[in-house]
Design a protein around this ligand. Structure first.
Ligand SMILES: Nc1ncnc2c1ncn2[C@@H]1O[C@H](COP(=O)(O)OP(=O)(O)OP(=O)(O)O)[C@@H](O)[C@H]1O
Ligand SMILES: [Mg+2]
Length: 184
């Protein structure tokens, strides 16, 4: 789909991808009201990335899953769990406990963040990686913390993160559900 009037945003996305390909990781947040075109921009980022050889992993914040700790991180890195062996033991077990693959007390979020970062960096050694997080306003709290940590810490890997956040409406209520269509 051709996006109308989004030259600046498209440039920012393309710059982020070019920098990631050159080994300079970065993150970009797209903010806007319902229907402003955030998901459309993310989909554009996905196709540009795929065309230029990126692997793309995705996570979407869901109102129905806001209570499930680490649910959104699980969505994002589940396809990378085959590389779990590459992680130091404490990170491995933190992630396994977080994802219910191993019994244990609620894991240290710092360790889960490090584990996610390590897995993403490992994957990006093969080919550049784009992480897409749509509707970040609905991330479960644990995932929001972990993904914010990852976004701050990615540096010299070929990793790009793009996330969208819906601006609150005037009544401040973000939980009424996903409105579709509408103006731009
Ligand atoms: N720049 C654009 N040019 C043409 N059509 C667009 C553009 N941006 C968005 N659209 C269209 O507008 C509609 C709403 O866009 P989109 O779903 O991306 O909004 P959103 O910001 O993700 O909304 P929400 O907060 O509800 O998730 C879609 O049908 C999309 O294809
Ligand atoms: Mg959307």
């Amino acid at each position: 789909m051709d996006l109308i009037g989004r030259g600046t945003e498209l440039e920012a996305v393309e710059r982020l991808l070019a920098e990631a390909r050159a080994g300079q990781s970065g993150a970009l947040a797209i903010r806007g009201e319902a229907g402003a075109g955030k998901t459309a921009l993310l989909e554009h980022a996905r196709s540009v990335a795929v065309r230029s050889g990126f692997r793309v992993e995705t996570s979407v914040g869901l109102v129905a899953e806001m209570q499930f700790a680490f649910g959104a991180v699980h969505q994002l890195i589940k396809p990378l769990l085959g590389r779990l062996d590459a992680l130091p033991d404490p990170q491995q077990s933190a992630l396994q406990v977080a994802f219910g693959q191993r019994a244990g007390a609620a894991p240290d979020r710092f360790l889960v963040g490090l584990a996610a970062l390590t897995l993403l960096a490992e994957a990006a050694e093969e080919r550049p990686l784009l992480c897409i997080v749509d509707d970040a306003q609905w991330l479960d709290e644990a995932s929001a913390q972990v993904l914010a940590f990852v976004a701050r810490r990615v540096s010299a890997e070929e990793v790009a993160l793009v996330l969208s956040v819906r601006d609150p409406t005037d009544d401040g209520d973000l939980s009424r559900g996903h409105r579709r269509g509408g103006g731009r």
